[in-house]
Design a binder for this molecule. Structure first.
Ligand code: 13P
Ligand code: 13P
Ligand code: MG
Ligand code: MG
Ligand code: MG
Length: 381
């Protein structure tokens, strides 16, 4: 029998500012899920990464189940009413619609789901992030499933030898393409190295088309028309026995990479692997965090979690991330710390340009600016 794992997340308010979803919100969400045990859910685990609430759920309803999505929506609404009562910052931030309609995608929350037959032993890792976007997984997914210097199993495990298939979204054109490694490695990298336009949605093992990874990659800018961008991502990865080992799935995060997000969703910075209790980004509202929760499924029951990045072996990665943060911060509002215009979550630049309208003067190739233009700033003649 197939079971489904659904990880659905939303930011419905922070204590204080954008730093943390407090216990009160998690309790409110958990209360709703608890009441759905047996009827809809087999099991659940509720946590948070920074100001994002993550609902980790198992059930038999398949992906895109209206019942499960409605349940998650109800849990977020319940948490929102508590957030409003406490006057938390950005209460209801990610609930972009006034009511639920069929599927939670497009209504604001992020969603990563996969359906599979539970193996005799089914280790899964759930990644939860804050202060970044789904394309933050492009680089680690590449390393996990295609880089033999990171995943030793690509060399030693014959069931991985035929490689992996990536489902890549073009988040601007709203299209997708399937690409295979190792044969199409260079073309794949040509796309996913552009984290503005492309995001990996799913990864399959080519030997048998078994799904191994899924990310909440539908960008909100595609949904809401303008870039609302509060798409701090979640991902699920199945481990071991023909998939990368747990440690191979975590290995890409031992060497932090730069991702978009951080302060006001407008900056590049490192992604820091942290334990659950350290997912409270405060330095310049960051830097970006990723948690990794390891579970063993037992007939859909979530045994665990093992808080994998709590391990001391990730201390060096955290130190390195902090050094990288320091380096990036020194750039202030300059690129490449600051994101390009098209990726910024908020920008005042169109307003600045509107104010300057009329003050832009043609560059005179022969004699530069006339002295009275300089005196009068061009617009006050
Ligand atoms: P153990 O010897 O601890 O079971 O580890 C085996 C292994 O494959 C680790 O990657
Ligand atoms: P979130 O996406 O986590 O809500 O953060 C937004 C922000 O503006 C941080 O400075
Ligand atoms: Mg927020
Ligand atoms: Mg957030
Ligand atoms: Mg965000």
């Amino acid at each position: 029998e197939k079971i489904t794992m659904s990880v659905i997340k939303a930011d419905v308010g922070g204590l204080c500012g954008h730093t943390l979803a407090p216990e009160e919100l998690l309790d409110a969400a958990e209360y709703v899920l608890e009441n759905a045990l047996d009827e809809i859910l087999i099991d659940y685990y509720v946590t948070n990464c920074g100001d994002d609430i993550d609902l980790i759920m198992t059930h038999n309803k398949g992906t895109d189940s209206e019942e499960v999505h409605k349940l998650a929506w109800d849990a977020f609404e319940e948490a929102t009413s508590v957030a409003k009562e406490l006057k938390l910052y950005g209460a209801g931030q990610d609930l972009l619609s006034n009511s639920f309609s069929g599927n939670i995608k497009g209504l604001g929350p992020g969603c990563a789901e996969m359906e599979f037959v539970e193996r005799p032993s089914e280790p899964v890792i759930v990644f939860c992030c804050d202060k970044t976007d789904p394309a933050a997984f492009n680089l680690p997914f590449y390393k996990m499933f295609s880089d033999p210097f990171s995943t030793a199993g690509l060399v030693y495990d014959p069931s991985m030898a035929s490689g992996f298939r990536y489902e890549v979204l073009d988040v601007m054109e709203h299209k997708r393409v399937f690409m295979d490694t190792p044969e199409e490695t260079y073309s794949l990298l040509a796309l996913i190295g552009n984290t503005e336009k492309y995001a990996i949605k799913r990864v399959y093992r080519r030997k048998d088309n078994e799904i191994t990874a899924v990310c909440s990659s539908e960008k909100l800018n595609m949904i809401a028309g303008e870039y609302v961008g509060k798409d701090d991502p979640v991902a699920i990865v199945r481990a071991q026995s023909g998939f990368p080992a747990v440690g191979e799935i975590l290995e890409p995060f031992a060497n932090p990479h730069l991702v978009a997000g951080w302060m006001r969703g407008c900056h590049f910075g490192p992604i820091m692997p942290v334990a659950e209790e350290d997912a409270r980004p405060a330095r310049f509202d960051g830097p970006a965090r990723v948690m990794a929760l390891g579970f063993q499924l037992s007939k859909g029951r979530l045994v665990g979690p093992n808080d994998l990045f709590a391990d001391k072996s990730f201390d060096k990665a955290r130190e390195k991330a902090l050094d990288m943060a320091e380096m990036m911060r020194s750039m202030g509002p300059f690129m490449p710390h600051r994101l390009p215009e098209t990726m910024m979550e908020y920008t005042s630049v169109p307003k600045v340009l509107a104010q300057l309208k009329g003050r832009f003067i043609d560059i005179d190739e022969n004699c530069g600016c006339k002295i009275d233009q300089i005196r009068n700033r061009g617009d006050m003649e």
